[in-house]
Write a protein that binds this ligand. Structure first.
Ligand SMILES: Cc1cc2nc3c(=O)[nH]c(=O)nc-3n(C[C@H](O)[C@H](O)[C@H](O)COP(=O)(O)OP(=O)(O)OC[C@H]3O[C@@H](n4cnc5c(N)ncnc54)[C@H](O)[C@@H]3O)c2cc1C
Length: 398
């Protein structure tokens, strides 16, 4: 086996598989992608049937990228012939005078700045369009028609197949155990032998911060939390099929979100960002039963018939910088290494982040606006930075 490659990607999840694909477009056989486990291993953050994809976001640092994210997934769909994105519409809900209402305002501002079309209406109109909902009369909603379901599991498989089709070497069951940056080249020790590469792209998800610390002595303030989603075996399948029911996010004191029936004969819902902080050694993949109960109780209140017996609950980790923004950058002090942290909301951007990582690795720069995601920004380097992990709750800014 060839042991020298120009480019190597560590991690074949949502972002790494896309990076391998985009690198393979320019460097074919000179690309290596290493994954510690097998396909659909179920321990990462990109193996589920569905993830929310949306044009709407709480800040224009993201809405400036959401259209390009769709375009990057469309390219993978075109090249593979496999549908990955289902635009079924998305509704954000909140009650007036709450933090959630502030989040809706941030969405409106960020969408307006990028001319993203949306509608704003009240509870009555929500229930007219989707009679499945039971909302208090004062609730408000934002509707964006392009929001929808990204089949992230298929997305990963498609990017890896396209990369291999371009000549890239993709090695599952090959864990990177040591990284030695020698400047002009990087030495990799793996459970499948040693490799020498010119440029490295670190897309190891929740494992990235640990690799940076143990292998390169770089300590990043990345908080890991154990999050979960539950599939409910509803008996009202027809009411909640994607042609009749949108993606929804409830921005209350507690935040919940959910999907129509997709991937399983079940609806799927979750409570956002409420998992315990964990370390890689501690986390258990064991679902929190109380959270399953709370989600079931909540959805039954606003969507009678949506829940049902639990089919199963899937756990994975959020990897969050203190400002909950991505990190997409070359590693300061290590120009041969690029790195990406998805901050627990990157599946929808994975195809584009893969492209951006390939561009900064091959060309040294990218046209896409990623200044806000620098590795040396205050949230990453200032020990006194006050963390704020809730997406969208920041004061309305640019
Ligand atoms: C419960 C939950 C719900 C979410 N919902 C959404 C959503 O609706 N929309 C959205 O956009 N985002 C969502 N996200 C976030 C999104 O899933 C992630 O941001 C994204 O999938 C991260 O992709 P990744 O490639 O960085 O990480 P991963 O997919 O976890 O991939 C990292 C890969 O690196 C491999 N790896 C690690 N260490 C090594 C090593 N030493 N050697 C070799 N391989 C290694 C791992 O095995 C893994 O396969 C959600 C996340 C969670 C946890």
């Amino acid at each position: 086996m060839n042991r020298r490659f120009r480019y190597a990607v560590v991690g074949a999840g949502g972002i790494g598989s896309a990076a391998a694909y985009w690198l393979s477009r320019v460097a074919g056989e000179e690309v290596l992608c290493l994954e510690q486990w097998g396909a659909n291993h179920g321990r990462g953050a990109s193996e589920d049937h569905s993830r929310i994809i949306r044009l709407g976001y709480h800040s224009s640092r993201y809405t400036a990228l959401t259209r390009d994210s769709y375009a990057a997934w469309e390219r993978a769909e075109r090249e593979s012939g496999i549908p990955l994105v289902h635009r079924i519409g998305m509704v954000n809900l909140a009650s007036p005078g709450t933090e959630g209402a502030g989040i809706l305002e941030n969405y409106e501002q960020a969408m307006t700045e990028q001319d993203i079309p949306y509608e704003r209406f009240g509870a009555a109109e929500v229930m007219r369009r989707w009679p499945q909902f039971r909302l208090d009369a004062d609730h408000e909603a934002l509707f964006q028609p392009d929001g929808g379901i990204l089949d992230i599991r298929k997305g990963v498989a498609v990017h890896l197949a396209l990369a291999r089709g371009n000549g890239a070497t993709v090695l599952p069951h090959t864990q990177v155990t040591a990284i030695d940056d020698r400047g002009p080249s990087v030495q990799l020790r793996t459970t499948g032998g040693d490799f020498e590469v010119e440029r490295l792209v670190l897309c190891a998800g929740a494992w990235t911060a640990d690799l940076l610390e143990t292998q390169l002595g770089i300590r990043w303030p990345i908080r890991l939390t154990q999050e979960q989603v539950t599939y409910f075996a509803t008996t009202h399948l027809r009411d909640f099929t994607p042609d009749r029911f949108p993606i929804w996010i409830w921005h209350g004191d507690e935040e919940f979100y959910g999907f129509p029936v997709y991937g399983e004969m079940a609806t799927k819902a979750a409570k956002e960002l409420c998992g315990p902080s964990v370390s890689l050694d501690e986390w258990s993949w064991e679902p929190d039963r109380e959270r399953v109960r709370r989600v079931g109780e909540f959805v039954e209140g606003i969507l009678p018939g949506y829940s049902g017996p639990e089919l199963y609950t899937r756990c994975c980790l959020y990897d969050m910088p203190p400002d909950r923004d991505f990190v997409v950058d070359r590693l300061p002090g290590h120009p041969s290494i690029a790195v990406c942290i998805g901050a627990g909301h990157a599946a929808k951007f994975a195809a584009l982040l893969g492209r951006i990582l390939a561009e900064i690795t091959v060309d040294g720069s990218t046209e896409f606006p990623i200044e806000a995601f620098r590795a040396d920004r205050p949230a990453m380097v200032d020990p006194d930075y006050v963390p704020a992990y809730r997406l969208g709750a920041e004061a309305a800014t640019v």
